[in-house]
Design a binder for this molecule. Structure first.
Ligand code: OXD
Length: 313
């Protein structure tokens, strides 16, 4: 019977994980990384989020590592991450659905300028500022059409937006116009009213979103970041918002996290910040997903979200 050692979220969260796994996968033996009696064996699986620096040497002994994050850039960037150990990213129906719901909420908020309504409510102002523009008139572009990106794009098309996606390699997503490769990027951006970033964080994508990059969008476009804060040059984003290049931004990820008290993003009238919550599935759903991936690995199958350490996703 497989054994899973849990380090994710520290010793405080172990009771929650234990209960979730007891319900979702009663056959799996679950131990806390932090229990003094736990010694990792080569047949063990490990569930991590952001391991502490002194965990990496032991992780090299694991049979496979499962991450509670959909993005694993923080692991791959660590100099001691054991790239020879199979690494599985978080996925599953609820994770994807939460992300699709979040992006839909953010897109409709940008479309109707909900940020202004929130400010007015704060100031007890009853000002009529309805915007007569529907989702059907808005072109949304999703950068990154991997597991989550494809799900989000399909969902947005179902809601009624005109949806395009941009990807490094060819892909086909129902009801989504796909732009492929670097040469297609300017055309993709030029026809995007709301840009959604769902790219993986890699050396090629970090720092991609600069003022000059955003200048390719139609003036007054919206921006939603659910990828990583590192994709964006934050000062450039603020400049784009201040000069009206962008009409607004919804940011679930920033650099650093948590956002420092003095950041201009907190109080910016065109910015909505959420605390990296877009797609965190319940412990039960994550446990179900992890148990399924372990089952596949035990049978010698390849989980769909097995990370390729060379591409970083
Ligand atoms: C992530 C996540 O990887 O929230 O950022 O899953």
């Amino acid at each position: 019977m497989a054994r899973l050692i849990i380090s994710a979220d520290g010793p405080e969260k172990f009771a929650v994980w234990k209960e979730a796994f007891a319900k979702a996968a009663p056959d799996l033996t679950v131990c806390s990384w932090y229990a003094p009696e736990t010694h990792l064996l080569p047949s063990d699986y490990v569930l991590v989020w952001k391991p502490e620096a002194d965990h990496y040497a032991a992780l090299a002994q694991a049979k496979a590592i499962l991450c509670t994050g959909a993005g694993v850039d923080h692991l791959l960037q660590h100099p001691h991450f054991p790239v020879h150990v199979p690494l599985v990213r978080m996925g599953g129906e609820q994770t994807a659905h939460l992300m699709a719901d979040y992006v839909t909420w953010a897109a409709i908020g940008l479309l109707r300028d909900a940020r202004t309504w929130a400010i007015q409510q704060n100031q007890h102002q009853w000002v009529y500022n309805g915007i007569a523009r529907t989702s059907a008139e808005i072109r949304i572009g999703v950068m990154g059409l991997g597991h989550l990106g494809a799900h989000v794009a399909t969902h947005l098309a179902r809601v009624g937006f005109q949806v395009a996606g941009w990807k490094r390699s060819a892909a086909s997503v129902p009801n989504v116009q796909v732009y492929v490769g670097q040469e297609a990027l300017p055309e993709f951006l030029a026809t995007t009213d709301i840009l959604v970033n769902l790219l993986p964080s890699t050396p090629q994508t970090r720092g991609l979103v600069t003022y000059d990059f955003l200048k390719n969008l139609p003036r007054g476009a919206g921006f939603i970041n659910v990828g990583r804060g590192e994709h964006v040059v934050q000062a450039d984003l603020v400049q784009a918002l201040d000069t009206g290049l962008l009409c607004g931004a919804v940011l679930d990820v920033v650099t650093p996290e948590p956002l420092p008290e003095q950041s201009p993003l907190w109080g910016h009238p065109r910015v909505t910040v959420t605390p990296h919550v877009a797609s965190e599935a319940s412990a039960y759903k994550q446990a179900e997903y992890v148990a399924q991936a372990i089952g596949q690995l035990e049978r010698g199958e390849t989980p769909a979200l097995l990370c390729n350490p060379h591409t970083g996703y």
